[in-house]
Design a protein around this ligand. Sequence first.
Ligand SMILES: O=C[C@H](O)COP(=O)(O)O
Length: 263
Amino acid sequence: MARRPLVMGNWKLNGSKAFTKELVEGLKRELDGVTGCDVAIAPPVMYLAEAEAALNSCGCDCSTKKVIALGAQNVDVNVQGAFTGDISTAMLKDFGAKYIIIGHSERRTYHKESDEFIAKKFAALKEAGLVPVLCIGETEAENEAGKTEEVCARQLDAVLNSLGAEAFNGAVIAYEPVWAIGTGKSATPAQAQAVHAFIRGHIAKHSQAVADQVIIQYGGSVNDANAAELFTQPDIDGALVGGASLKAPAFAVIVKAAEKAKA
Ligand SMILES: O=C[C@H](O)COP(=O)(O)O
């Protein structure tokens, strides 16, 4: 079954009002005419308003505006109330955000987010009609100990066992080996494909139909030089891009590589 690729930029803790406007304008120019790849950007939530305004600034109904979707890097499980500092699904929807990253290794590590807590965020996003982008992946030590599949299975099972396989209908999984994030040391296409096939197979144990449609992105030092080869792999359906998403030309090369490989 043909899956439509998704390339998403995770800006992490970078940017400013002016940077957001400039990068979104650059992306609109660079991605004009792209039709074969879904694209999303996740600026810091502080700048969602600037990003939304910049995406809509031409005031017309042009195709580029439809190509780039807004996303966010995190969400809370609570919808309203006394939860200082948190951001709800409703607030993200208010800015037109669609793809919401959860379970990123930086949140698992620095904010001690557990598999169970992340599964609750997944549920909150589904409840709100938003698209979870569930990040999973092993550390370098786990990789060296041969525990990659065990770790990925455990992280997926937190959602599968609490919400069922159907929750992955319309959702996105991002396989991000922690040792590849921000290191310049991407997994090889063959390494990534092997894990992606395992992930799809793990979902297929519950539902082949759900496994066939779920988008599995690769993330970890994806750049304009290595993206095309990664996308030749059958189970790599796009990328979650950190550093290279901060420059419009490099990000556009990655998007166009996905469009070409999956045409
Ligand atoms: O969410 C994105 C990933 O953490 C990858 O970041 P990176 O492309 O800078 O390695």
